[in-house]
Design a protein. Structure first.
Length: 318
């Protein structure tokens, strides 16, 4: 567990936030979580409209659940890598993990921030489909959401490739500059500056070796390997606000997805721990509450929330 280390370096509130993330990960099944996707050819053979709708939305909710938990795990692993490198006093793995965290957060934020409100706005009709009581404007209509589908497929399938894999949709990964721009627009502090600086250490550039050097005189220098902890401390202190923003933007959309999924007739995608997380100070969840048309979210913790999710410093994490 790294929440105690995060608390020490970045404050009690963000340490508690990472503690919630650790609780979510620990609540996942220890063996495996299995999802089912019907082959396209088999899906095309189905004639009954009710079955088509039910299979489509069951699979889409599964994609949302998959995206939420894998996003949480991926970003947390990068965070773990940073802390492990910090504890070992090695700056290059620290910088590589920090850069990986930034890219992971950007991808998750871009791909997932609109998933929860998109689902929440269609709760009633999707639940009627899942329960077999279809209430569509037109009889025989198939209800699809290309926006939601594209977001989730981009998250799971985007990569740098020359063509699509057979049987899989083609999704081109966005360039790093695109993702950094996403975080800049989300008001993540100094993200361009730190990303550029981290790249200089991760790439085989002069910065990846000059941090080891100490100039004694104009024509004399030495290699000083004990400077690595000082460099890590430099990143920690200078970009404290950046790290806080990254953690908030990287994990909040996934937590809200898990909370929204609790309102669907699909218990296999319910994460009970999400029911005990109070998100009332997070604007994105307040928006989803309105779309879900719920006055009070039932909780499993004897009527009380076990965890309180803080809002971002800027108050606008989606």
């Amino acid at each position: 567990m790294i929440s105690h280390k995060i608390k020490k370096d970045f404050g009690e509130k963000i340490g508690a936030y990472v503690g919630i993330i650790e609780s979510i990960i620990n609540s996942l099944p220890k063996s495996r979580i299995t999802y089912s996707i019907m082959p396209v050819d088999s899906f095309k053979d189905i004639i009954d409209v009710g079955s088509i709708n039910k299979i489509y939305w069951d699979e889409l909710l599964g994609r949302a659940h998959f995206a939420a938990i894998t996003s949480i795990i991926r970003s947390y692993r990068w965070l773990q890598g940073m802390i492990a490198a910090q504890d070992s006093g090695v700056v290059l793995p620290y910088c590589a993990s920090y850069r990986g965290l930034i890219e992971s957060v950007a991808d998750s934020y871009y791909s997932l921030k609109d998933v929860a409100p998109n689902l929440a706005g269609h709760k009633n009709i999707i639940n009627s489909i899942l329960s077999g009581k279809i209430e569509l404007p037109k009889e025989g209509q198939v209800l699809i959401s290309k926006e939601l589908e594209n977001l989730l497929i981009h998250y799971s399938h985007a990569k740098v490739s020359k063509g699509a894999d057979e049987g899989q949709p083609r999704q081109n990964a966005k360039p790093n500059s695109f993702y950094i721009d996403v975080l800049k627009k989300a008001n993540v502090q100094n993200v361009s500056e730190i990303y550029s600086e981290l790249c200089q250490y991760v790439h085989p550039s002069s910065d990846s070796i000059s941090y080891l050097c100490e100039f004694i005189e104009q024509d004399k220098f030495s290699v000083y390997i004990n400077r690595e902890k000082q460099m890590i401390e430099y990143f920690t202190k200078k970009y404290k606000g950046t790290m806080i923003d990254l953690i908030m933007h990287g994990f909040t959309p996934s937590i809200i997805i898990l909370k929204v999924l609790l309102h669907y007739n699909a218990p296999m995608y319910h994460s009970k721990i999400a029911d005990g997380i109070n998100c009332s100070s997070v604007p994105a969840w307040v928006n989803c509450e309105g779309l879900l048309r719920v006055d009070k979210i039932p909780v499993h913790q004897s009527g009380k929330y076990k965890y309180n999710l803080p809002s971002s410093p800027g108050g606008s994490v989606a």
